[in-house]
Design a protein around this ligand. Sequence first.
Ligand code: FAQ
Length: 331
Amino acid sequence: MYTQGLDQAGKSDPAKPGPETREQLDAFQTRIDAEEKIEAKDWMPEAYRRTLVRQISQHAHSEIIGMQPEGNWLTRAPSLKRKAILLAKVQDEAGHGLYLYSAAETLGVSRDQMVADLLSGKAKYSSIFNYPTLSWADIGAIGWLVDGAAIMNQIPLCRCSYGPYSRAMIRVCKEESFHQRQGYEIMLTLCGGTAEQKAMAQDALNRFWWPSLMMFGPNDANSTHSAQSMAWKIKRFSNDELRQKFIDVTVPQAEFLGLTVPDDELRYNEETEHYEHSDIDWQEFFDVIAGNGPCNKQRMEKRRKAQDDGAWVREAARVYAEKKAAASAAA
Ligand code: FAQ
C-alpha cells in the first residue's frame, strides 16, 4: 500500500495513509508521462487531488484579495479613461477568482470550505497583495510587474496535467496579458511626463521589484512541493527557473522606460545569457506569508467584512433555490 497521506491543506501527513496501491499509482504516473489530461471523474491519487485543491484555491484567494490594492485607486484614477480601464481589470480579477474556485470545486471541495480556510488563516494567498499602493504609479507597477510575474508563472499552467485547471488558465492568461500591457503603458506615460511623474514611477519600481520576485515562491532548495508537483506535471518549471525568466524579460523593459532596477549587483552574464542579481531577502518573504507583512491584517479584515456583508445574499440565494426545488418536486 502507498503510505503517504496529505492533510486538508495538502501537506504531507504520513499518519494518514492513502488508500492507493502501487499499481494504481504507477498507472496514474504513466498517464501523466504520456501527457494525458486528468479529468474530474478520473481516478487520481489523494495526494494529487489535495495538492491541486491547495494550489488552485490559494490561486483563487490571491485573485480575490488581489482586487484590494488596485481597488484602492478606483476612485482616484487620474482620468475617466484610466478609471474605466482599472475597473475592467479589477472585475477581471474577480472573474479569475470565480473560474478558479469552480475548477477547485471539480475536485470535491466546496466553495464554503475554501473560503472558511482562507478566513481562518489555514489557506494562503499570494504574498504580493500584502504591500500597500501608495501612489497612482503603483497601479502601473502592479500591471507591469505583478501581472507580468503572474503570466510568467501561469502560461506553463495552461499545460498543467489537470484538465479543468489548465483550461481555466488559458482564458486567465489572455486577460493577464492585457493587464500587463495596461500597466506598462501607465509606466511609459509617467516616464514620458514631468520629472515628478518619472520619480513616482521609479519609486513604485523600487517598492514592487523585490516583492514581485518573491511571488514565484521560495528558492528551489526550500520549495517543499516542487519536486512532486513537477513529477505530476502540475508545475512545468521550478520557482527559480520562472523567476529567472521574469528577470531576463523585465530588466530590458525597465531600461526602455529609463528606470533603474533597485539592485546594485544586477548584471548581464554574456556567457549564460541571463541576468545575475543579489540575494532575495527571504526573511521578508517568510514574514509576509506568516501574516506579518505591511497589509496582511487590513486585507483579511476587509475580506472578512465582505463575507459578513454578503451573508444576506447567500441566504436569499439559498432560500430561492429551496423554493425552486420544492416547486419542481411538486410539479
Ligand atoms: N505567496 O513548495 P512551494 C496574480 C507558499 S495571481 C504566498 O514552492 P508551490 C493575478 C506555498 O503555498 C498570484 N505563499 O509551493 C493578479 C507553500 O505553502 P503551503 C497567485 C507562497 O505551491 C495580478 C510554501 O510557500 N498565483 O497575481 C508563495 O509548489 C494583479 C512552499 O512553497 C498563483 O497562485 C507566495 N508568493 O509553488 C491578481 C499561481 N509562494 O501551501 C490581482 C498558482 C509559495 O504548503 C492583481 N500557484 N508560497 O502552506 C503556483 O504556481 C504555486 O502555488 C507557487 C508556489 C509557484 C505560487
